[in-house]
Design a protein around this ligand. Sequence first.
Ligand code: TYM
Length: 332
Amino acid sequence: PSRIFSGIKPTGHLTLGNYLGALRRWAREDQYAAESLFCVVDLHALTVEHDPARVRRLSRQAAGLLLAAGLDPEVCTVFVQSHVDEHARLSYLLECVASDGEMRRMIQYKEKSARAQRGGQGVRLSLLTYPVLMAADILAYRATEVPVGEDQAQHVELTRDLAVRFNQRYGHVFAVPKATLPAVAARVMDLQDPATKMGKSHDATAGIVYLLDEPEAVARKVRRAVTDSEPGVSYDREARPGVANLLEILATCTGKEPEVLAASYEGIGALKADTAEAVVELLRPVRERHAEISADPSYVDGVLRAGAARARELARPTVDAAYAAIGLLPPA
Ligand code: TYM
């Protein structure tokens, strides 16, 4: 890859799903593989009912967690989306190559707009245009790879379509990116409801492991995971989603294949106990580093300031080129 971009939305406390689907890979592999940028996408947090003070707090916390997870500001760029105007500027241009029907077909839009309506809240227009802003995040940097969990794959596909369409109509401005998904745990499921994704903005928290949970809470949530009443342990995502979820989580912690792990367990109790311990150990260093990092907010602020400066430098020429290509009169 020549450039890597990914982002995380500060709509709730980060979860084990975010970590295994995204953050951990960013820190272990992606940041070293190419020039890379990792963004706290705060504008995206405004697409649903929100509390301003909470979004601000969660944005800083997410930035601290990216660093705690091992992103090295000497190696990659860590920044906040709203600090770089180019995202919003480009988003508008992309709205002019995207169609209404295309947006309404997005799975997350269907799910989240239904949820907002059920909750008696209006559907914000920004929820509909959200994937266009996400495309702008990626295309502004001419990113070629986008490391995400499975739930974002459709948005990255849309980003590709918009890039190709813009380039064909107005001249070659954008690189056409592709999503890179983790081999295992691309979709970590809720421990209480293995038919649903583990998501940071869910209300019921018993099935969600948060990166900053106390070790005892992490262990308890994993040990109480809902599985099934079949005897023994086998890896079958369709038939045994709860067990498969635990096997995948343990697989990412140990580097072993879920099938191999399944064969090595007689009963679910032992699988739960080992998975609980593995997750506690996986998250321990992240939580400890986060405590150190957040003790000095000026450190995080400094990283974000430098990150925004670098990001602006990279995005500006591409977004200016898109403005010119689409027919806007350059300022004299
Ligand atoms: P967000 O904030 O919901 O999630 C951040 C990353 O975590 C992954 N993820 C998961 N992976 C596996 N299992 C899960 N249960 C799980 N839950 C979340 C997500 O796939 C994602 O990679 N729209 C994006 C943020 C975004 C973005 C971007 C990403 C905005 N602009 C540009 C990449 C490039 C989102 O809501 O992610």
